[in-house]
Design a protein around this ligand. Structure first.
Ligand code: GAR
Length: 200
């Protein structure tokens, strides 16, 4: 019996986290089968990264599926087609439809660029998070991998990594540091899910 985790990856833009995960799989540091990369944006650079690793790329959005619940049903079709075990959100800037979350029984992970529960919630994404961390005078930040529920950034925390916020830190330098630690922590957490070390 093949126990390898079937994963589907979702990203909206650059997709550097998607690439880090695909490279971990290639290097055999992560025992997973990358079935597809899905983006809500047809021009997202993550598309080229999917091609580079020969992983099927899909564009699904309100534009490709304008009918009510169209996006939800299209994503559920992919989950069924590839027998997905875990959906991996990596810089996916859309709220996942509740039907999809229910369909997978919550087997969905997300990465957020702060130490949740701090600096999470609606409107807290990307550079806005790093700006808020600096404005609050925090001395540390980091990234959190968590289970996805129907409430923003509220699911069970599965793993975190920390970085120092230095005296002269800017949003850009902090973003770079946090992103580098995201690239490490996401594959580590997914491997713990694959090996059964994390139960959720
Ligand atoms: C990452 O920093 C990720 O944590 C963040 O967007 C970036 C995507 O970068 N996600 C969120 O803010 C979600 N609320 P990437 O496309 O290069 O992986």
């Amino acid at each position: 019996l093949d126990n390898t985790l079937n994963i589907g990856l979702l990203a909206s833009g650059s997709g550097s986290n998607v690439e880090a995960i695909l490279q971990s799989i290639k290097d055999k540091r992560l025992d997973a089968n990358p079935c597809f990369v899905l983006s809500n944006n047809s021009a997202a650079p993550v598309k080229e990264r999917a091609f580079k690793y020969a992983v099927p790329f899909y564009h699904i959005s309100g534009r490709t599926h304008p009918e009510e619940d169209g996006v939800a049903f299209a994503i559920i079709d992919l989950i069924e087609k590839y027998q997905i075990d875990v959906l991996v959100l990596a810089g996916y800037m859309k709220m996942l439809p509740g039907e999809v979350i229910k369909h997978l029984g919550g087997k969905i992970t997300n990465i957020h660029p702060s130490l949740l529960p701090k600096f999470g919630g609606a409107g807290m994404y990307g550079m806005r998070v790093h700006r808020a961390v600096i404005e609050a005078g925090e001395t540390e930040s980091g990234a959190t991998v968590h289970a996805v529920t129907e409430e923003y950034d509220k699911g069970k925390i599965l793993g975190r990594c920390r970085v120092d916020v230095d005296e002269d830190e800017t949003e850009e330098t902090l973003a770079r540091k946090v992103l580098a630690c995201e690239h490490k922590i996401y594959s580590i957490v997914l491997q713990k899910i694959a090996s059964g070390e994390i139960s959720w």
